[in-house]
Design a protein around this ligand. Structure first.
Ligand SMILES: Cc1cc2nc3c(=O)[nH]c(=O)nc-3n(C[C@H](O)[C@H](O)[C@H](O)COP(=O)(O)O)c2cc1C
Length: 299
């Protein structure tokens, strides 16, 4: 029996074992080289982007979270980040009490406005508001947010078209009848003139993850709550400087608005906030806040 006949005879009689062994080897090889291949493809993609001068937008998901390869286990920010003294202004109890009262009074005046003046607002104000939101705490300092500012009338109009189309379906087909009923006191409807009237629209995107320079996926721990806290800072800054906003959550608009605004796939639209001065005829529902004893539990 020559070598060829021997090989054919072995394959014929042990084909199940041979194919299983080949599959196991292939899977093992793929898992073993997964990280290196991903880093390689990432650096190739980056080189291509750099050559074309195009804006770097991650468009591929690298599902390597939970990877414990010791070589890749380095903190996302340097481990030797120095710790510096923290010395905020010292205040007396009386000052603190007075400031807590003043801040409460200011924030108690904040209302959601659904009718805006078209008067423009200087860009520097918007920058300062967003800088304030960017001071928010975040899980492992991942800062998982992007604030898109839209002032261009054509882009505002495109956003309005998308939101109104989706809201028409939401109100008539997707939302429960109870939900639509609960919204009646606020007078909300699929038509959203404020999306063209307000001088600026701020769209809050949440980043579920990002990429490190070495191509490894960087998880954004607690990205939902971090982005929600940053949005709270944003709303407080808008109120503090004397402007008004509308906290809205455009239902089912994520992918269309993300595409319109060229945001990458690791970002999800959470909120759309028209910002500006209230229209002089603006009204708000006369709602009451829960009293302190209902929201505070003292132990
Ligand atoms: C998470 C969230 C989503 C909201 N979504 C909408 C919305 O899509 N459209 C809208 O008109 N108002 C929306 N609102 C505004 C609420 O209706 C409003 O905050 C509430 O009625 C209380 O009124 P106030 O903000 O004037 O205190 C939303 C508020 C929050 C916090």
């Amino acid at each position: 029996m020559n070598i060829i006949s021997l090989t054919v005879w072995t394959l014929e009689n042990n084909c199940f074992t041979v194919y299983t062994a080949l599959i196991v080897c292939f899977v093992g090889f793929t898992i073993f080289h997964k990280n290196k291949l991903e880093a390689h493809y990432r650096s190739l993609a980056e080189k291509k982007f750099n050559k074309t001068g195009a804006k770097r937008i991650p468009d591929r998901e690298f599902p390597d979270d939970g990877d414990d390869d010791p070589e890749l286990l380095v903190p996302a920010i340097p481990e030797d980040t120095p710790h510096i003294p923290y010395k905020p202004i010292k205040r007396t109890d009386d000052e603190i009490l007075e400031r807590s009262r003043e801040y409460y009074e200011l924030m108690a005046q904040r209302r959601t406005v659904r009718s805006f003046s078209k008067e423009p607002i200087p860009e520097e104000i918007l920058k300062n508001i967003i800088k304030t939101a960017g001071t928010s705490p975040s899980g492992a300092h991942t800062e998982p947010w992007t604030f898109v500012v839209v002032q261009d009338p054509d882009v505002k109009s495109a956003i309005r078209n998308i939101v109104e189309e989706e809201e028409d379906l939401n109100y008539n087909k997707r939302m429960s009848r109870q939900w639509v009923t609960d919204l009646k006191p606020f007078g909300t409807k699929p038509e959203k003139p404020y999306l063209s009237d307000a001088p600026a629209l701020l769209l809050v995107f949440r980043q579920a993850y990002s990429w490190r320079d070495d191509g490894k996926k960087r998880m954004h721990y607690y990205n939902e709550i971090s982005t929600a806290i940053a949005t709270g800072f944003l709303l407080a800054a808008i109120q503090y400087c004397g402007l008004a906003s509308l906290t809205s959550t455009p239902l089912n608009c994520n992918s269309r608005l993300r595409d319109l605004l060229s945001r990458p796939v690791n970002e999800r639209l959470e909120l759309l906030l028209p910002v500006g001065r209230p229209h002089e005829d603006a009204t708000v529902p006369d709602i009451q806040r829960k009293p302190l004893q209902e929201i505070m539990v003292k132990i």
